[in-house]
Design a protein around this ligand. Structure first.
Ligand code: CO
Ligand code: CO
Length: 307
């Protein structure tokens, strides 16, 4: 599987019982603290392997650094933050490459393994499935508020903790279930962008219960003040023709559902009974925001209805 589909990572079958997963991600800082940025960048880079049900094994650093403008100690902190997360994930750093650039950028190229029969795609959701989301939404909006000095320390700390959290625990629990029909991670396209990819061109649709979607506190106020990242509007414009908004759904929540996430949670489609069990186990394991946010339906086909 490669670039012909929109899946989270490439998968190459080596043997009947073994395939490798490869993915690459890097970006510019979204927080001021270099160590924290390193942690978030690595959590984000590893996420696509988890979303496909795989186990990340090795990684290589990708670094762009303005060596003439920035102190080298900043780079050291970024790399230490990254290493910290790799250690937590049980991933071995085996190399990397750095270039001089105007702007700091950091991320990883990751290699993982998976059984070829156990690859989780972002397609395959079935009518009757429930949709589980494992992290709250709103990190893009909070990052924008932070740039304008509008976000409180508490909220920023929560958002950072969320972005730096590996999807490992969620994935470890998820892969114990044999009936996972589809999975992806929620990143730049926002929840609705990635949910749209799950159903585009298929014969199912989705219903999302907006009041069940986990969202950070204070997000409503930011949205109503117009504090939103540019990517949010692009996401909405790109996918709005697949979205139907019910009369009782508050307007602000639709914006949040399009908020681009950095290192967001997993979106998992599986039968309702198993979804209830999975969410309960996630709560027991400290993933307290994991929630069933909707279901997969036969009508409206190819659309997402937000109630
Ligand atoms: Co992804
Ligand atoms: Co990616």
């Amino acid at each position: 599987m490669g670039i012909e589909n929109t899946d989270d990572a490439g998968v190459y079958k080596l043997r009947d019982d073994l395939a490798i997963i490869q993915t690459l991600d890097f970006f510019t800082p979204i927080v001021d603290d270099p160590f924290t940025f390193g942690q978030i960048a690595v959590a984000n880079s590893l996420s696509d392997v988890y979303a496909m049900g795989g186990k990340p094994l090795t990684a290589m650093n990708i670094i762009c650094f303005p060596i003439n403008k920035m102190d080298i100690s900043i780079l050291r902190e970024v790399l230490l933050g990254g290493l910290d997360k790799m250690r937590e994930a049980g991933v071995l750093l085996v190399g990397g490459h750095s270039v001089e650039d105007d702007e700091l950028k950091y991320g990883l190229s990751v290699t993982g393994t998976i059984h070829p029969d156990r690859v989780l795609l972002n397609r395959g959701a079935r009518a009757g499935d429930a949709l589980v989301l494992t992290k709250p939404l709103g990190t893009g909006i909070i990052n924008t508020a932070l740039k304008g000095n509008m976000a409180g320390d508490d909220l920023v700390a929560q958002s950072i903790r969320c972005m730096a959290e590996l999807n490992k625990k969620a994935a470890d629990l998820m892969i114990e279930y044999s009936n996972i029909h589809a999975c992806t991670d929620v990143t730049g396209f926002g929840l609705l962008g990635h949910a749209s990819e799950m159903i585009e061109g298929t014969d199912v649709g989705m219903v999302i219960h907006s009041s069940s979607v986990p969202v950070f506190h204070e997000i409503q106020a930011f949205v109503e003040m117009g504090i939103m990242p540019g990517g949010l509007n692009r996401n909405r414009k790109f996918r709005m023709d697949m979205i139907e908004v019910g009369p009782d759904c508050p307007e602000w929540i639709v914006d949040v559902l399009f908020d681009p996430q950095t290192s967001g949670g997993l979106l998992i489609s599986l039968p309702l009974k198993e979804a209830e069990d999975l969410v309960k186990r996630m709560h027991d394991d400290g993933l307290e925001k994991a929630s069933i946010i909707g279901e997969v339906v036969t009508k409206p086909k190819g659309k997402i209805l937000i109630l």
